[in-house]
Design a protein around this ligand. Structure first.
Ligand code: ATP
Length: 235
């Protein structure tokens, strides 16, 4: 069943269109990777789903309902969480404080916040070891783990991750990508935006975007057999 459905989405900034009629679905319980080069429109896509950018036309449906003009915070409350490009952790707060802020929409349900915190520490033991450390003093990889963890604190049904691998070594990027399988197994559907095709082995579905248009969609076995030179690099 589709958890997320984008239909003919047209989005732009000022007078300039960036997405030219993008349509795709993400099924419940899958890890989907949206791959594309710089400026393809990947961030614009997830920002639109998160409600940070308003589409010119087209629709975004989530869990069977039209998101329309729903605010970003209402989208978080309804189960959509974004881990933004560039991590954006709060440097002057500790790891644990950053995580607790991510659970703000669940603050009246202390049991959920406690469970999510335990889950995040289980996914990323490095964060548990550093729970009292200021986020600004963490390594880039640890900050990325923290950003993903913070986004998980609201117990989303859909987690959007924007370029987790940016600036990370291949080994650390793999740590983050590998966790998506556990996140999926624990009931959260994942849509990852990536420039790095190294994320493909972790995906159940792959979408390739070029200049605001989807040029390829593949599922299952097809994902592992993508001819990247043709599909991604346009060779
Ligand atoms: P990257 O991998 O470099 O982050 P991307 O695929 O995520 O790229 P977007 O960030 O969505 O691409 O950008 C798509 C286009 O929209 C680019 O040409 C960019 O300059 C433009 N753009 C993005 N945000 C804005 C904005 N706030 N105002 C004006 N133009 C923008």
């Amino acid at each position: 069943m589709s958890l997320l459905q984008l239909e003919d989405l047209v989005v732009g900034y000022g007078a300039f269109p960036v997405l030219h009629g993008v349509s795709f679905t993400v099924d419940e319980g899958e890890v989907c990777v949206l791959l594309g080069l710089n400026g393809a429109g990947k961030t614009t896509t997830v920002a639109t789903i998160a409600g940070l950018v308003r589409p010119w036309s087209g629709s975004v449906r989530f869990a069977g309902g039209e998101l329309g003009h729903k605010s970003p915070s209402a989208r978080v409350a309804s189960g959509i969480s974004l881990c933004p490009e560039g991590r954006r952790v709060f440097p002057g707060l500790t790891v644990q404080q950053n995580l607790k802020l991510g659970g703000w929409t669940r603050r009246k349900h202390s049991g959920i916040v406690r469970d999510q915190l335990a889950l995040v520490f289980d996914y990323f033991p490095r964060l548990a070891e550093r729970s009292g450390q200021l986020a600004g003093t963490l390594s880039g990889g640890e900050q990325q783990m923290l950003a993903v963890g913070r986004a998980l604190m609201s117990r989303p049904s859909l987690l959007l991750i924007d370029e987790a691998s940016l600036g990370l070594s291949p080994t650390v990027a793999r740590v983050v990508w590998e966790v998506t399988h556990r996140i999926k197994a624990d009931g959260t559907t994942v849509l990852m935006v990536e420039q790095n095709a190294g994320a493909l082995p972790y995906a159940d579905k792959a979408l390739i975007m070029e200049k605001g248009t989807l040029t390829y969609t593949g599922v299952g076995e097809q994902v592992q057999q993508i001819d990247l030179r043709e599909a991604y690099l346009g060779a």
